[in-house]
Design a protein around this ligand. Structure first.
Ligand code: SAH
Length: 238
């Protein structure tokens, strides 16, 4: 009788523990850290992202806190994800590729057009302390500002507005990173670029596909270098 009870108890305990998901023994935070490291190795290092400061930034920024709650489990997967207002957060590789290509040095002033979730801005903030970002959708600008503040990125300036106009009061910039698709380099952004400065953007048809392109201001004139075929959401006007 007694043995039967112990036997039943053992089976009960076995059932309970086998149903407990494995991750409950590891903290969620550690699990996201592990996923981030895996993302860095498999998606970035393997594809030629070599800049240690970019890899370090991608290792630190908690991407899962920039995506919609419903997609948190996919935050470190190898693709873009939807955010509010029918916009998207770019694929981690594209964020890393753009950041590495624009080659930001400490102390340089950088402007982002298309704040979206705020993720790219957070990555940039690990490379320089002067990050300015503009978002045309008010709801997104507000939410990104909140997310960044909560995570302690107090040095990032978020403005609600149309990026075509740039940020005149803060110009000139050493680097401008446009994370929405445009068929041309917005002239006022080129004007707000310092001599020797770089703009990176998905240049091409905003409704189909574009080429990630770097424009460098040399003697006041644009020099163009094409990098990679991409697809971004369009740069809109107010
Ligand atoms: N960099 C973002 C993702 C960008 S998605 C991130 O890390 O999450 C592109 C964003 O550009 C969208 O949020 C869209 O609303 C914004 N956008 C489109 N046209 C714009 C414009 N003219 N000025 C500023 N932002 C614009």
């Amino acid at each position: 009788m007694k043995y039967l009870k112990i036997y039943k108890l053992a089976i009960f305990l076995l059932l309970v523990f086998s149903y407990l998901p494995a991750y409950s023994f590891v903290s969620q935070k550690d699990e996201y850290k592990r996923l981030r490291e895996e993302m860095v190795q498999k998606q970035l290092v393997k594809r030629g992202i070599t800049d240690p400061s970019v890899l370090e930034a991608m290792r630190i920024v908690p991407r899962h806190l920039f995506v919609l709650k419903a997609y948190r489990h996919l935050a470190y997967a190898d693709h873009p994800l939807p955010i509010e207002a029918r916009q998207t957060i770019s694929q981690p590789y594209i964020v890393a590729k753009m950041t590495q290509s624009i080659d930001i040095k400490k102390g340089e002033k950088v402007l982002e057009i298309g704040t979206g979730s705020g993720y790219q801005a957070a990555v940039l903030a690990h490379l320089t302390n002067k990050v300015y970002t503009i978002e045309i959708i008010e709801e997104l600008a507000k939410k990104a500002r909140e997310t960044l503040k909560k995570l302690g990125y107090n040095q990032i300036h978020v403005k609600w507005g149309d990026g075509h106009a740039g940020w005149k009061e803060e110009a000139p910039f050493e680097a401008i990173i446009i994370t929405c698709a445009s068929s041309q380099v917005p002239p006022r952004l080129f004007e707000q670029l310092r001599e020797g400065g770089r703009i990176i953007l998905p240049l091409g048809n905003p409704l189909t596909s574009q080429t990630l392109t770097i424009i460098t201001k040399v003697n006041g004139k644009p020099e163009t270098k094409r990098i990679l075929a991409v697809r971004f959401v369009p740069m809109t006007k107010r």
